[in-house]
Design a protein around this ligand. Structure first.
Ligand SMILES: [Zn+2]
Length: 230
């Protein structure tokens, strides 16, 4: 494989020459890198034209990448690190002791209580379970508040480890899924995503009616969305 760089309309594209038959254009998360795989013999002018025709698509994909949840920082979960819950940072203190694994918040400190010798994988699981519990509580509160206002009712909701979206709505099943990553975002963001997905029960598409409903019920939704994608 031969790799080189092309620039078209200010977009850097990694060109990968391979023994293949077709052209493949790819935009990769999380930063929206663009790569083009091309057969060995195709002239560069043709490749330039191929990409130039797809600039709108590339920009759309890149915008989508930016609107996706960032990868969570790699943590070792050791004392001195920062643990974030709903946008608030806590100083992590790991306490090894015998008993149930748990996390206790006191002022600005998060105590991670674990058995001696607990592996990173299991420490991460304690944090994930904690995020899940905290999220579920808040989500239930938002649903109780918003469903009567919007006059909708979900049949099922779940928190999932979603990599590329903050939430999704299955209209037929009246089911909404919310990203576990919302646990590290400010609380206003979670409420925005819940309301956004609930409004999808009234309007499937991101059209004028959808944004009209958002404006009506959550007038500051644009600020919340900005905060979500910071
Ligand atoms: Zn949507």
């Amino acid at each position: 494989m031969i790799s080189s760089q092309m620039h078209i309309s200010g977009i850097a594209i990694t060109l990968l020459r391979k023994p293949i038959k077709n052209l493949y254009l790819r935009v990769s998360p999380p930063d929206g890198r663009v790569s083009l795989s091309a057969p060995l013999a195709v002239e560069e002018a043709l490749l330039q034209a191929f990409v130039a025709k797809r600039l709108a698509w590339i920009k759309k994909q890149q915008a989508h990448c930016q609107a996706s949840p960032p990868r969570p920082p790699v943590q070792q979960l050791i004392s001195g690190e920062e643990l974030v819950l709903f946008g608030a940072p806590y100083r992590l203190v790991v306490v090894e002791r015998y008993g149930r694994h748990e996390i206790i918040i006191e002022n600005n400190t998060a105590y991670l209580l674990i058995r001696p010798g607990t592996t990173l994988k299991n420490r991460l699981k304690v944090v994930h379970d904690w995020y899940l519990t905290e999220l579920k509580q808040r989500i239930q509160g938002h649903l109780d508040h918003w469903q009567p206002i919007l006059r909708v009712q979900v049949r099922e909701w779940r928190v999932r480890r979603m990599k590329t979206r903050w939430g999704s709505c299955n209209l037929g099943q009246k089911r909404i899924w919310l990203s576990l990553h919302l646990a590290i975002k400010p609380p206003d963001c979670l409420e925005y995503v819940v309301v956004h997905e609930l409004i999808h029960l009234l309007e499937r598409y991101h059209n004028k009616r959808f944004y009209g409903l958002l404006d009506q019920f959550l007038p500051d939704w644009q600020g919340r969305r900005k905060l979500l994608n910071l």
